[in-house]
Structures are given as C-alpha cells and as structure tokens.
Design a protein around this ligand. Structure first.
Ligand code: PMP
Length: 396
C-alpha cells in the first residue's frame, strides 16, 4: 500500500494500538504540509492563504459530519480528544440540566474519562450516580440497566467499546431505553472508532466523543458530536477569542454551536490530519478492517487460550473482542509480564488501564492488554504469543 499504509515502529511488535495507533504517511504529509508552508490561523485572516486553510479546516468538519451521520456539520465540535469532549458534556449539559432529584447512569467498565466527569458533576449538582454492571461473560447487563433506568434518569453515559474487555455495547438498545424516559445517551466512542463504522443517528446517540489519535490520526484533537437542539441550550465552558459574538464592558454574547465551544486558536494541523485519517479509513473500508481484524483476533485469542496459565477477561466468545484482549498470566503481576514482553520486543499495555472500578470488580489490580489494528501483522501476534509462553519459564 506504499504511502497509504501506516508507518511501522522499528524492532517492536506493536500491540498497544488501543492506547494510540500509528499514522499513515498521508497524515504525516498533511501535517508537514501545514507546518511547512501553510501555517496561518483560521477564521480570521483577510488574505487568500488564510481563506484557503479555513476552507480546508471547515471541510473536515463537514467530512466528519458525513462520516458519522450527523445531520449538520454544526453538530461537530472539535475538541482536544475524547476526554475533553466528555468533560464538555458533563460540565455544560450536566451542570445545566441536573438537580439533586436526578440520576446519571454509567457502566462499571467505563474508562476514567467517562466515569470521573460524571462522578464529579453528580457531586456538584447533587444528582445520584448509578453504575450498571456486566453479565458473567463481561457484556453490559441490559436487564440491570433496564431496572436502573427510571424517569429520574437524565443521562446514560456509556462506552461503545470497553478499552479493557473489547466487546461492543448494544448502543441502540440503550438509546431506546433512555429515550423512553426522556433522558439522553452520551457515547464514548474512543475505542470503537478504529474498528466499526459509527452512525450517530442509527445508534441513537445524543452526544458522541472520540479521539483522532486512536484512529490513525494525530494526538491532541478529537470530535464531540452533539444534537443541534441540545447544543443550543448549552452554555460554553471556556471563554476567549473566536467564540464570542459581541463583547462590551458589562456583557458578552456568544456565537452559536459549534464555535461557542471552541475558544481560542484551534489545533489546525490536528484537524487537517484528522481529515486525512478519515480518508485513510474510508479508502480501506470498515468491511476490510473488520475482516482483517477478525483473522488477527482469532489467532491472538486461540494462541493465548492455548497457554494454560493465561486468563482472558471479557467475552469468552471469540468474535466479540474488537481489537482488544486483556489477560493475566498465572498470579504474576501484569507489570512483570509486560516487562518480559518488552524484553522480547513486544509492546503491550499493563496496569489498571484507567478503569479502576472494573479492576475492582474483576478482583485484580492490573491486566495486560494486547490490541491490534487491521494493519497489525500475524508475525506481530506470533511474537506476542511466543513471548507470553516464555513468561512462566522466566518468572518461575
Ligand atoms: N475512553 C476510552 C474507552 C479510552 O480507551 C480512552 C483512551 N484510552 C479515552 C476514553 C480517553 O481518550 P483520550 O485520552 O484520547 O482523551
């Protein structure tokens, strides 16, 4: 695929793609091109180049809107990443709409980015935070959720795919449940976006956040989708240049969404890079992505299962791990395992994976996580399996 495939890291089997993916050369070229000969600000300049870069920047907003099925590009807010987007919803929508009579529901497997903002906003507003668990095989417990949701539930905030368990959540079913009670659904799509197509309308998402760096794009940039009607009623949470309409000594009026949420000079190179990352995914197509990942995950899961001391977390059915598998080896600490894997040239993540509530439920302090993209190779998977086989011999 030449310039169209991702840059590979030297001398390591990179299996930490759920933390961040490599980027294709095309994304690097877009960013280099911006910094090399087009680095001007957007929205402000009266000269041609500023107009051109502003058009390209705003084109990415339209591209994102089309890609995720938003009805208008004004429903697309550029953020610094998933964390930023989720904090924006919690602080703006949450503060405006929650009282001490209300409930927020999150799952036990949320990343801290979709857990702590809700916990903190619950403390601030007096709302109650409820936590839905999983079934024994690690799936969202829909029955429990159905019982928890009531007319008091204003917000359900859910990860579309757990960064630990790797399974997809039935988002549409959850959306139907919460919409029946006139509440809203906030979706954390940080992990799913590189693996499965996202359509905010068919998912029934009211808000949806993701980061470019987990989908072959640059760090420091992401997207928050929000339904137009909801964005309209939300106050900005950061103030400054660009997001204002008029300012006098006593009052300030604000622009409409999305600009009222984008104070200051944005990450222009990042947004342009995000556009190229979307081109890259679209060129390959999610069908190809899913097919290739299935082959990789089959190999990864069967290889790990063949090692007696390995315990795999999450779904026990193979085709329900979307790019991510977390495991432990015997009673060895995940950090020790990851250190050995590192000495064998294999890069994985180990720790609580920013999901401490889930770790507590699983009864472990940490896990090892191997994660792929469709560009991961079978020889990288083999390196991991061979290295895990050595762990016992070395640590015994
Ligand atoms: N949610 C999930 C499920 C994640 O895996 C991550 C990143 N590990 C985040 C949120 C936060 O993403 P970011 O750090 O890019 O803001």
């Amino acid at each position: 695929m030449g310039g169209k495939s991702v840059t590979k890291y030297k001398k390591i089997a990179y299996l930490d793609n759920a933390a961040t993916t490599p980027v294709p050369k095309s994304v690097i070229e877009t960013i280099n091109n911006y910094y090399g000969c087009r680095k001007v600000s957007v929205h402000r300049g009266m000269y041609d180049l500023a107009g051109e870069v502003t058009r390209d920047y705003e084109h990415v907003r339209e591209q994102v809107a089309q890609w995720i099925g938003a009805s208008k590009s004004t429903e697309v807010i550029f953020t610094s990443g998933t964390t930023d987007g989720l904090n924006l919803v919690a602080n703006s929508y949450g503060t405006t709409n929650l009282t001490d009579q209300d409930q927020i529901i999150v799952s036990i497997f949320e990343h801290h980015s979709n857990f702590v903002p809700w916990q903190q906003i619950a403390k601030k507003t007096g709302a109650t935070l409820k936590v839905v668990g999983t079934t024994p095989d690690g799936q969202l417990d829909l029955n429990e959720l159905e019982h928890l949701i009531s007319s008091k539930t204003k917000i359900v905030a859910l990860s579309m795919m757990s960064n630990v368990l790797g399974n997809l959540v039935p988002v549409k079913e959850v959306a139907d449940l919460i919409h029946r009670q006139n509440g809203i659904l906030v979706v954390d799509a940080a992990q799913s976006v590189a693996h499965v197509p996202i359509n905010v309308q068919s998912l029934g998402a009211d808000f949806l956040a993701f980061s470019a760096h987990k989908m072959f794009g640059p760090t420091g940039v992401g997207v928050l989708f929000g339904k137009e009607q909801l964005l309209k009623g939300m106050p900005p949470i950061q103030y400054g240049g660009e997001m204002v309409d008029q300012v006098d000594l006593k009052h300030t009026s604000f622009q409409n969404a999305p600009i009222k949420f984008e104070a200051g000079t944005p990450n222009i190179a990042g947004v342009l890079g995000l556009g190229t990352a979307i081109d890259y995914i679209q060129d390959v197509g999610y069908q190809t992505i899913e097919q290739r990942e299935q082959v990789l995950m089959d190999r990864l899961l069967s290889g790990l299962r063949a090692i007696k001391s390995v315990k795999i977390y999450g779904p026990q059915v193979d085709n329900q791990h979307f790019g991510v598998v977390s495991f432990n080896v015997g009673d060895y600490h995940a950090h020790d395992v990851a250190t050995i894997l590192n000495s064998e040239g294999v890069a994985v993540r180990a720790g609580h994976l920013c999901a401490e509530p889930l770790m507590n439920q699983l009864g472990v302090s940490s896990v090892v996580r191997a994660s792929v993209t469709f560009e991961t190779t079978l020889s990288e998977i083999k390196c991991l399996i061979d290295a895990v086989r050595k762990v016992e011999d070395i640590l015994k």
